[in-house]
Design a protein around this ligand. Structure first.
Ligand SMILES: [Fe+2]
Ligand SMILES: [Fe+2]
Length: 449
């Protein structure tokens, strides 16, 4: 162990802290072997700093504890966050558990959320609890779900049932708009580039977006759209449907925007929670420029969809479509997904594509529509999140302003996202306090509902 010169600590990125600070963080400092130095004067009166253990702060007098006698890595907290939240590190202990233990864990989360739902607790506290439970639930599912039908037992069925109940509670709680805003405030900036953080944010944002959509629906969304469509959106849809007869180029026909019932929303929210469950833990690192493996990335939608079918059963078709088709890109050649592959494989005669969004899985499966409404909603949320993510190793994060510009000027302009859904999402983001330029979004373009 070598002394360091405090005078040089600027270079070492070290911060002076008190003994009290060390004692407050004792457990985590020790548990993670965070480097700590004690500042001392040597016999010549010069300062030096020796490496010490955090518990050495215990022997200080009360007066000494208040003085800044220690030096610590300025970024130790964020380094710890990055290290501890690594996907594999989170997953490993869960993989080591028995199926019964994992089911008990998910059961406890369900009970805790159900209790919390009925309590008068601050929205921010509730938001934190929801997101903790949701990310835990995602990891428990990841550790539990089986890929082979013969391996699926009553344990996986229990996991599926409890997860549904957790999604229900989260969705019920998201009925409170202040809570949705709280979810945003708490989690938009928290990222270490790992799948589980992405899933958490996408789940929160998507659930809020569903609620927002539904409230717009009650406030004459279809009527407003019908009125402004020719002036505002027709051109964009012309690009998607260059040959469609003019009588079909109306919003009522192109876009199926029905009200969504609670059970439907729950199904979609479940799909959002599980949409990337087939991603490998370290997939985000494969997405670097140097090691971009398109094949491996594409694989996750098939895995996610297969896992849902196998472990949640065939009654969860819509959730499966969200997982399997969230990279559908409105049928653009650059997109991919389960339905597309099914269509190619079965080669069943396709009906003419005459609408952009179908609200029922069949309308999409037959080829009548380019996209399935909730999958395309998820795609908007998913891409926005990937763009603002500060920690993806393969690209620089965009600001929210840049990200919405990208959604509209690149993704919509190249026919990969639905123009109206992108505008509705921009308004939703603004409602959550995200600062965005005034000249974007549905409200701006239509003059409000
Ligand atoms: Fe994905
Ligand atoms: Fe995703």
């Amino acid at each position: 162990m070598k002394s360091i010169q405090p005078a040089l600590t600027g270079q070492g990125n070290l911060l002076p802290v008190t003994g009290n600070y060390v004692l407050e963080n004792l457990e985590v400092l020790e548990g993670n072997s965070v480097k700590l130095y004690r500042v001392l004067k040597d016999s010549q009166g010069a300062f030096k700093a020796d490496p010490v253990t955090p518990s050495s702060a215990k022997v200080l007098s009360a007066e000494e504890r208040g003085k800044k006698l220690f030096l610590i890595d300025k970024d130790w907290k964020s380094k710890l966050f990055m290290a501890q939240a690594s996907f594999d590190a989170l997953l490993e202990p869960l993989l080591a558990q028995s199926p019964q233990e994992r089911n008990e864990a998910v059961h406890d989360l369900k009970t805790m959320l159900a209790d919390l739902k009925n309590q008068e607790t601050e929205p921010l506290v509730k938001a934190q609890a929801i997101m903790d439970s949701v990310s835990r639930t995602f990891l428990l599912n990841k550790a539990s779900l089986k890929l082979k039908p013969q391996e699926v037992t009553v344990h996986e069925k229990t996991m599926a049932r409890e997860t549904e109940a957790i999604v229900s509670s989260a969705l019920e709680m998201a009925d409170d708009p202040t809570l949705v805003t709280g979810l945003f405030a708490a989690f938009q900036d928290l990222s270490n580039g790992q799948t589980v953080n992405h899933v958490m944010r996408v789940f929160a944002s998507f659930t809020g977006f569903l609620r927002h959509y539904n409230s717009l629906h009650q406030h004459r969304l279809s009527q407003t759209l019908r009125k402004v469509f020719p002036a505002v959106y027709l051109e964009s849809y012309r690009r998607l449907f260059p040959n469609l007869h003019a009588r079909w180029m109306i919003s009522d026909h192109l876009l199926q925007f029905p009200a969504m019932g609670f059970l439907q929303m729950r199904e979609y929210a479940l799909g959002a929670l599980l949409h990337d469950i087939g991603k490998m833990g370290n997939l985000d690192y494969f997405e670097s420029d140097s090691a971009y493996d398109a094949q491996q990335i594409r694989q996750h939608v098939f895995l996610s969809s297969g896992l849902i079918l196998m472990n949640y059963g065939s009654e969860h078709g819509p959730a499966r479509l969200l997982a399997g088709d969230h990279h559908n890109a409105l049928g653009h050649p650059s997109g991919y997904g389960v339905s597309r592959l099914d269509k190619e494989r079965t080669q069943r005669p396709q009906v003419e594509t005459v609408r952009c969004l179908a609200s029922d899985p069949d309308g999409f499966a037959t080829g009548e529509a380019l996209g399935y409404l909730p999958s395309e909603m998820l795609a908007v949320v998913d891409i926005y999140d990937a763009m603002i993510d500060t920690s993806r190793t393969y690209k620089k994060a965009m600001s929210p302003t840049e990200a919405v510009a990208f959604l509209e000027d690149t993704m919509v302009a190249s026919n990969k996202l639905d123009p109206v859904l992108v505008d509705l999402y921009i308004d939703f983001l603004r409602k959550q306090g995200v600062e965005l330029p005034d000249n974007r979004g549905f409200d701006y373009k239509t003059g409000g509902l």
